[in-house]
Design a protein around this ligand. Structure first.
Ligand code: KG4
Ligand code: ZN
Length: 353
């Protein structure tokens, strides 16, 4: 069953809209907010206002690029969790208003499920089960994608996300935000020979922890203040090597443990060339295919949200999504599924779309 969906993504600082029809992307428009750069990080209040200002313009652009009129849509989809509360409100309210006006279904989508399925945008014939590493500025998650509608969370980060570690270490080195790409660039001219910790590397679980690495870099900088660009490049290369080594080791260990044929690298950090090369060369030995979605599907985008919505509609039909009674939830995961304890664990839990 094919549906035509306008999907909206506003969980963080990208205002995005996409049109998906029969699981295919007809358009994918992403406007990254530049307003935050001068603050060295995302300012939630500024993000909500910027989404409010340009949401309709971006949605209109997505419809125009796709050559789709409003009345051809079967449903509207929007990200409802996790993310910045104010930003989620703007996108969800926009989607509900449009759905109400058009008398269409409105499908709430979990942002991380979008990243988890983004490999299917890159390769619709993706061989499952697959191990998916979602590494972005907000999340680090290792997932076993068992089928398009079912996945198991193998582990996540106890503290900082991988992208956050790149960004914070980049800031320590005086690089501009967001620091990941700048740190990678600087690392190209350095040798990774400074001994930095590889947090939880030998821990058999699939959990990550990156805040200790950031502290180690801070301490190193205090003891050995860099005298030249070459010194800074060495530190950048060493920090990158530490982050990448842990990500690659756990991803490959999961792939081997579950005997998967595919690995997907999703989220903004997947753009890192050292990560890609390192996963590719390790996976080659086990004849595992590595899929890295295009940048437009790896960064926060609405196409991945539309794909999740499409699969939900295939499972339940549009009538299941006509209530418009859902809310948003900024908390990182569906903790409520595991009791009211805020620190309840979701590792090793299986989820269905
Ligand atoms: O997925 P994304 O666009 O947004 C979030 O949902 O967070 O990811 C952005 C993150 C930032 O932390 C950024 O520094 C990191 O991805 N990033 C990189 C690279 N490109 C982006 N980290 C390391 N190397 C890169 N080339
Ligand atoms: Zn994201």
């Amino acid at each position: 069953m094919g549906y035509c969906i306008l999907a909206i993504e506003t969980s963080c600082d990208e205002t995005a809209a996409a049109v998906i029809a029969e699981r295919k992307v007809l358009s994918n428009v992403i406007a990254s907010q530049q307003e935050h750069h001068r603050w060295g990080g995302i300012v939630p209040e500024i993000a909500s206002r910027a989404h409010l200002e340009r949401m309709w313009f971006i949605a209109e652009q997505a419809l125009e690029d796709a050559g789709i009129e409003l009345d051809q849509l079967d449903a509207i989809a929007c990200t409802v969790q996790p993310g910045l509360a104010g930003s989620l409100f703007v996108g969800a309210n926009f989607a509900k208003g449009l759905a109400l006006g058009l008398r269409r279904a409105c499908v709430p989508v979990h942002h991380l499920e979008g990243h988890i399925l983004s490999g299917l945008l890159a390769d619709p014939a993706l061989e499952l089960p697959a191990v998916v590493l979602v590494a972005s500025g907000g999340h680090t998650l290792l997932v076993l994608l068992e089928s398009v509608a079912q996945y198991r969370v193998l582990g996540s980060t106890r503290d900082d996300a991988a992208g956050e570690a790149f960004d914070k270490i980049a800031t320590l080195l005086g690089l501009d935000y967001p620091g990941g790409p700048a740190l990678e660039q600087l690392a190209r001219s350095g040798t990774p020979d400074i001994p930095l910790p590889r947090p939880l590397l030998s821990d058999p679980r699939f959990e990550f922890s990156f805040s200790g690495l950031k502290t180690a870099v801070r301490r190193y900088l205090a003891e050995h203040p860099p005298q030249s660009d070459a010194d800074r490049a060495r530190i950048a290369a060493s920090a990158q090597a530490a982050i990448v080594e842990v990500l690659v080791a756990k991803t490959l260990r999961a792939a081997e443990m579950f005997g998967v044929r595919s690995i997907v690298l999703a989220g903004g950090v997947a753009a890192n060339q050292m990560l890609q090369q390192s996963v590719r060369s390790s996976a080659q030995r086990g004849s595992i295919r590595v899929i890295v979605p295009d940048r437009q599907y790896a960064l926060d985008n609405a196409a991945m949200i539309g794909l999740v919505a499409h699969i939900k509609l295939e499972l339940r039909g549009t009538d299941a999504y006509r209530m418009l009674a859902f809310s948003i939830d900024p908390t990182p995961w569906r903790m409520h599924r595991h009791g009211s304890n805020k620190h309840a664990r979701y590792e090793d839990a299986t989820f269905s779309l």
